[in-house]
Design a protein. Structure first.
Length: 102
């Protein structure tokens, strides 16, 4: 499979996935966000769960199968790194600073 075909396949897959996930995500409420900022583990897990489809999409990598075909597969290392970065950003977030700037 040549480079153009691989690129086209990857692009088509991402378009399909973005349509699938765009309206399926549940909404975050302010209470969950405030609990997560204060370090509440269940609230953090809830937020990671809400963003899981997007994280999975960002973690996709093209791999070659044994018979020479290409397919997308979730890179678990990238996925865990993104989840950890999300949690760190939530905990560092200061809502007071954000309200002053708005």
């Amino acid at each position: 499979m040549n480079h153009r075909k691989t690129k086209r396949l990857r692009s088509e897959t991402r378009v399909k996935q973005s349509r699938k996930y765009s309206n399926s995500r549940e909404k975050l409420d302010e209470q969950t966000i405030m609990e997560a900022i204060s370090g509440e583990p269940l609230a953090l897990m809830r937020i990671v769960k809400i963003y899981e489809p997007y994280i999975n999409k960002l973690s996709l990598r093209m791999v070659t199968t044994e018979d020479g075909d290409y397919r997308e597969q979730i890179d678990e290392t990238v996925k865990k790194t993104l989840e950890t970065s999300l949690i760190a950003a939530i905990i560092k977030f200061d809502p007071c600073i954000q309200k002053k700037q708005a």
